[in-house]
Design a protein around this ligand. Sequence first.
Ligand code: GLU
Length: 478
Amino acid sequence: MDQLRTRFAPSPTGYLHVGGLRSALYSYLYAKKNNGKFILRIEDTDQGRYVEGAVEIIYRTLRDTGILWDEGPDVGGDYGPYIQSERKNEYLYYAKKLVESGHAYYCFCTEERLANLPDVNGARRYDKHCLHLSREEAERRIAAGEKYVIRQNMPAEGSTTYRDVVYGDITIENSELEDQILIKSDGMPTYNFANVIDDHLMNINCVMRGIEYLSSTPKYNLLYDAFGWERPTYIHMPPIMKDAQHKLSKRNGDASYEDLIKKGYLKDAIINYIALLGWSPKDDSEKMSFEELKQKFDVAGINKSPSIFDPMKLAWLNSLYIKEMPPEDFAEYAAPWLDNCYLKNFNKQLVCKLIQSRIETFAEIEDKLRFLAEFDKIDAELYVNQKQKADAALAKEILPSVIQKLSNVTEWTNQSLFDALVGLSAELNCKKGAVLWVARIALTGLAVTPGGASEIAELLGKQETLRRLDLSNKMLKS
Ligand code: GLU
């Protein structure tokens, strides 16, 4: 068999969203698993949707995630150029060939005429009006400078079938296919035409893309057939949904890779999660490194049914990756989040130690630790802990001793603070959990905190710890 060649063919219309990244990832993984080549092609023929800087976002995102292309605009290859706007002449050349063989024709219909075509079930279908113009007339009108497009001449009868690897046989009645435009009046090809020409000329033998192209593929196959070219294998991927009714889409402003990074997800977790949106490995594992994905990816594991983008599951996976980061890497990655808020004044090493195993995303750090910067009133009910036999009365009784004890601590570390509080519980003859509970509530005013009393006290420092305990003590008395 020929070497497998897959491609990712994004349009530079903005950020790279989850769906696009999944297409790139699957195409890459499938090629790599089979010692094939992965090609990057930029589809920029729709000048109206072109967004400045979007090509750089595509390069950056793919490079960052390790989805590296063997051939593409910047790295070159034997089949370039890999940017469609630089291939304009190819498309016109092949469109003219189709005109010669009768599979395409020039159309001069005005916008006004097209707008007044009969409406069939909400769509205006082109009526082959210009199909019957003679070659001479068409040439004369072109020479006279009239605007034209080139349309595909769809067969009026019969049907077109192909086999999609995921969805099985797909059949469309040819009579349902409109004579789509191949070359627009600005001389640029449509996506519908350019993707076929390029896939053929770039020797792409496996086309992997979103399900939205499943029903247009018969039109592409008719083009392959008209040229006498071999059709590629098709693998369409299931839709990614936001919820049961709505697709996750760029147009709804849904997650792009860069947004997710900004929200504090790690690239490995994002890639791992995206891989699972529509695919599962035979062994059903969920957490997989990029290397593992390369080994395990298999098109037989692509599902037909839609998958829902579940931020909670992404966050859970992210927390697993966060937990296994070496502390130095965690600190380095967390630095921007710590530096951009009140946390810049705290001991970063201690903050990181406290938080690494307790967050799902980096963006949570600021909120989770807000109590380090804000402290005012405490709800006395918070002292109640039935298991530890603690309540406000106990707090009132023991807080002065807690203050006394901690003010005598000289080595202000988690361990010595912990030892001091545990020692105090023995002296007071009460449960150690009760003392730790009361101290933690008195220090933070929160039912749930990342870390226990001694860890938090260490972070707050002696002065602030004693100030807070004193304030809480006074509040209990008032
Ligand atoms: N340029 C198309 C898109 O961004 C590519 C579709 C395809 O892979 O053929 O949706």
